[in-house]
Design a protein around this ligand. Structure first.
Ligand SMILES: [Zn+2]
Length: 410
């Protein structure tokens, strides 16, 4: 018999939150009723003993806990309002949800791939700048969340009981390869992690949705060189296999796959083949395990839940070792499955999630890892499954800090 519970407010680790909401800063958002940030859906309980519960609290307390990739924003409760909401050019950061998450640092995937504020290219310069600008404006109105631009800021956020946000673009702006100065501008604005392509190939290289990945282009090589110089972490999560291998080879610094899983467990393009995972780890890069609905399924677990996600985690740990793995759940606040349905074509989900995939059972949400606040369920799972404090410390933040210390050094 499985118990379903609401557990999100049950934590001893709480940030200094004064009740600010993005709606206070941006009144245009007032016309939308937003989804609940806490306890929107119940999740299956990972039953722990009293001493295990204490260990979880202690681990959250003493470690700097980092999500390698999330969308820490709230969507409308009624997803019919989605397009209107996005077209405002503002999104609400989930201050309340994050205050209870146990997270210290979040890679903020902005509104990647679905920003249609200016025209129909989500990666247009105007769209990118609008998202960054409104996010920074929101941050300027409150004290709980700070922008992280260097490793020092990570320690400061933790020390001051705040949360640090790392500006992260899942794909490069359209045309950046022809105008690398845009990278300098993004760096100046605080962007510290960027994907080469977002599923569909661009002038830099191939994406996971391309039929043929032609590999890293000449402009792609220059892009990598400039990222290395500036100290921007390169993300391969949505990059094609061939381009990924060439990028790893070309880069002077380690890279990231902030959110994906293992293709050996689930044959989707969104997952990474062993060869890419090896190459990444060989260069001291870090792999973040993904949990967005219907991504990290496995042949054993065709109903997406925390256990399926953790099967990918265990597989990758067995493949390359505990030092190269982290978690980039890729979750948000609101109905994620409905969002995918709206943006199927744009996110190239059809090409990735349909096709020759084995049959799987659709879920309404990922039980146990539905939003960024449930990150702490990962810690509960690791404790329950016999991982040591040292191992847990590495995968919930330590490995990412090691990576950033190398990459962000100019
Ligand atoms: Zn993504």
């Amino acid at each position: 018999m499985t118990n379903y519970i609401f557990l999100e407010v049950k934590t001893i680790k709480r940030k200094k939150y004064d009740g600010y909401r993005s709606i206070d800063g941006f009144p245009i958002l007032k016309r939308f009723k937003l989804a609940k940030e806490l306890d929107r859906v119940p999740s299956r309980e990972i039953v722990l003993s009293k001493s295990e519960e204490e260990r979880v609290d202690e681990l959250l307390e003493k470690n700097i806990v980092i999500s390698f990739h999330d969308h820490p924003i709230v969507f409308p409760e009624n997803m019919e309002d989605l397009i209107d909401y996005i077209r405002t050019g503002y999104t609400a950061l989930a201050y309340e949800g994050l205050a209870y998450s146990g997270l210290d640092i979040v890679f903020d995937g902005l509104l990647d791939g679905i920003a249609l504020i200016h025209g129909n290219d989500p990666w247009s310069w105007d769209n990118i700048i609008t998202q960054i600008g409104t996010r920074l404006s929101d941050l300027a109105m409150q004290d709980m969340i700070i922008k992280v631009e260097g490793v020092e800021d990570i320690y400061r956020a933790s020390r001051e009981e705040k949360i640090g946000l790392i500006l992260h673009l899942e794909g490069a702006p359209t045309g950046v390869g022809y105008d690398l100065q845009k990278l300098d501008i993004l760096y100046g604005l605080g962007v510290r992690c960027i994907g080469i392509t977002y599923s569909i190939g661009n002038e830099l290289g191939g994406g996971i949705a391309d039929k043929v990945d032609r590999g890293l282009t000449d402009l792609g090589y220059k892009f990598i060189e400039r990222c290395n110089k500036l100290g921007i972490l390169i993300d391969l999560a949505h990059v094609g296999d061939k381009t990924s291998l060439e990028a790893i080879e070309a880069s002077d610094k380690p890279l990231a796959i902030t959110h994906a899983g293992a293709r050996s467990l689930w044959p989707s393009n969104r997952m990474k083949p062993d060869e890419v995972i090896y190459a990444l780890a060989d260069k001291d890069g870090v792999f973040g395990v993904e949990a967005a609905p219907h991504t990290t399924l496995t042949l054993n677990r065709r109903k997406h839940d925390l256990d399926a996600v953790m099967e990918h985690f265990q597989y990758i740990v067995d493949l390359v070792g505990i030092d190269y793995v982290a978690f980039g759940p890729d979750t948000l606040y609101g109905d994620h499955v409905a969002l995918h349905k709206y943006f199927r074509r744009l996110l190239s989900i059809d090409k990735i999630i349909s096709g020759d995939l084995p049959e799987y059972e659709e879920v309404e949400y990922v039980d146990g890892l539905e939003n960024p606040t449930q990150f702490k369920n990962i810690v509960r799972w690791l404790v329950k499954n016999g991982y040591s404090d040292d191992e847990i410390s590495k995968v919930i933040g330590g490995n990412i800090i090691r990576l950033l210390k190398t990459v962000w050094r100019r």
